[in-house]
Design a protein around this ligand. Structure first.
Ligand SMILES: [Fe+2]
Ligand SMILES: [Fe+2]
Length: 530
């Protein structure tokens, strides 16, 4: 192999890690990372160390899927203890930052009563001084704004904690990754490179464009003890080339969940990339191998880990022209900037869109539309539905938009006209607020509040109202988390009588009764727009 140019095998699994925890979007911005370290990771590790057997039985219980349990069968307690001690030693500044955010919140709640906030700056915890602005809303409710670009350039953002685990994958079955830190394992190697490092692009571009093996070893910094595993990830066999769409219209292909590739002969757009690797399976699907050599636009709908999957984004970064993201609210702890996050992990051309802003492209345009709900009533702005006009067709990618205010779609119809194709998520029994945002809370939330504030998408009544208002001709339910190869981040298993299935069946039935094309997407699907 040494003298040959080699290809990275298409079943090479990449797991991006931060301090051994699976990297997702809240682990990159310093403030949300600090809160997740102390309020999620330390708490899970403490609980495991105290009662590993409880974790072992909880992960076997399907009702507890996605819960805060470590999936090591009650074994490996010493390694988890060691990891906890190491993090405490190596990340003291994040522990301090997390405590400071809590203190600042307490200070504001107890001292800011509507009078000027200027005198409170003296009492802002030392480590946060210069990184926050204190603000009121118009009803004198105090809060703070994080100055995120400065935090990324401070001791609170360290790429030393970043690494990437490489191994082979041969089936859909992967354990849930968000509650279990990744420990060393036979057949896997840990590449100690920051996510933004250009060698990541060099490595993944070798899937199609072969590279000299010694150069790969050197650029990826592979030590001799890992060489055997590293070498096994490559082959001299040429992969089959993807043939891009060449027609005069457009074509979309469903890759699973909310991931859709829309192509014309000159432009390719990939929505919410979450991709399957290539291996034998009874469920037919498109994989990394079905992507064009260049993706002109990657378009992200919102900042939930099933829509912004770093594992996929890092592997396709080298072929992406531009990433389109929704603009964040600007400094709220619950709403970190997607643009800053992506730039800090190595994306060069990230464009923010706001509601009703349009990006023109060859043969069409992408317009950001209001995406309401699905964020537990938190003031999160980094969410957009996208109207794509391409070769005379209008498609709306609504992702998890929850139609809590139907009048919105009346306004949108007045401005945008009829929509041919609607893609709508109907995960209408979403997780409670605390599942995702819990570590960011500085005070305990009442259970009844938490249970009522959910990450829920549209139900039947809400979805059909969108169809009616926008006069849609074709309706595709997507983003349901049903593909088994996504269980490692989704933790969803529906039965035939699960509410999201019942509600989406009803939508499909009603639309079909009207003679429309309607389907719940699963696995793979292809449509031509001529
Ligand atoms: Fe979502
Ligand atoms: Fe989702």
């Amino acid at each position: 192999m040494n003298s040959d140019r080699v290809y990275l095998r298409s079943n090479t699994l990449l797991e991006p890690l931060i301090d051994q925890w699976y990297a997702w979007t809240h682990l990159i911005p310093p403030a949300t990372c600090a809160r997740n370290l102390t309020e999620r990771h330390f708490k899970i590790m403490d609980s495991y160390i105290a009662a590993p057997q409880i974790h072992a039985s909880a992960v076997k219980n399907p009702k507890m899927l996605g819960g805060p349990f470590i999936d090591y069968d009650g074994q490996r307690v010493d390694e988890i203890k060691e990891l906890r001690a190491r993090l405490l030693k190596q990340r003291p500044c994040l522990v301090t930052l997390s405590k400071a955010l809590e203190e600042l919140d307490r200070l504001l709640q107890s001292h800011a009563k509507g009078e000027s906030l200027h005198s409170l700056y003296r009492q802002v915890p030392e480590v946060l001084k210069g990184y926050v602005e204190l603000v009121y809303d118009l009803n004198n409710h105090p809060s703070f704004r994080l100055i995120e670009p400065l935090l990324y350039r401070s001791e609170f953002y360290s790429t030393e904690s970043q690494s990437m685990m490489l191994s082979h994958i041969s089936g859909d079955d992967r354990p849930f990754v968000l509650s279990t830190p990744r420990l060393p394992q036979a057949g896997a190697l840990q590449m100690k490179l920051p996510f933004a490092h250009e060698s990541v692009d060099y490595l993944f571009s070798s899937k199609l464009d072969p590279k000299p093996y010694p150069e790969l070893v050197e650029r990826c910094g592979i030590p001799p003890e890992d060489e055997q595993v590293f070498q096994s990830l490559f082959t001299t066999e040429k992969p089959a080339r993807y043939r891009p769409y060449q027609g005069s219209g457009a074509r979309w292909r469903y890759f699973g969940h909310a991931c859709i590739l829309l192509e014309t002969a000159t432009v390719s757009i990939l929505f919410d990339p979450v991709l399957s690797y290539t291996y034998e399976s009874s469920i037919s699907r498109y994989t990394y191998d079905d992507l064009p050599e260049k993706i002109d636009y990657v378009v992200i709908t919102h900042n939930h880990q099933d829509h912004v999957l770093l594992e996929t984004l890092l592997q396709i970064r080298h072929k992406v022209g531009c990433v389109v993201v929704p603009r964040s609210g600007g400094g709220s702890l619950a709403d970190p900037s997607l643009k800053l996050m992506l730039e800090n992990i190595g994306f060069r051309n990230v464009v923010e869109l706001n509601e009703m802003e349009t990006l023109d492209m060859d043969c069409g345009s992408i317009t950001g539309l209001t995406f309401m709900g699905e964020h537990a009533d938190l003031d999160v702005r980094s969410k957009l539905a996208y109207m794509v006009e391409i070769r005379g067709h209008k498609l709306l990618f609504a992702a998890d938009s929850c139609n809590i205010e139907p009048t919105l779609y009346r306004h949108l119809h007045r401005l945008m006209g009829d929509v041919r194709t609607l893609f709508i998520g109907m995960e209408c029994d979403g997780a409670p607020l605390s599942w995702l945002y819990g570590p960011l809370l500085t005070r305990r939330m009442e259970r009844v509040q938490d249970e009522s504030r959910r990450l829920s998408g549209s139900n039947y009544a809400q979805a059909i109202e969108i169809v009616n208002q926008l006069n849609c001709k074709e309706v595709f339910v997507y983003a349901m988390g049903q593909e088994p190869w996504l269980n490692y981040v989704m933790s969803i298993k529906y039965a035939a009588d699960s509410n999201p299935i019942v509600q989406s069946n009803q939508l499909i039935e009603t639309c079909r009764e009207r003679g429309m094309l309607a389907e719940r997407l699963f696995g793979e699907h292809e449509m031509h727009l001529d």
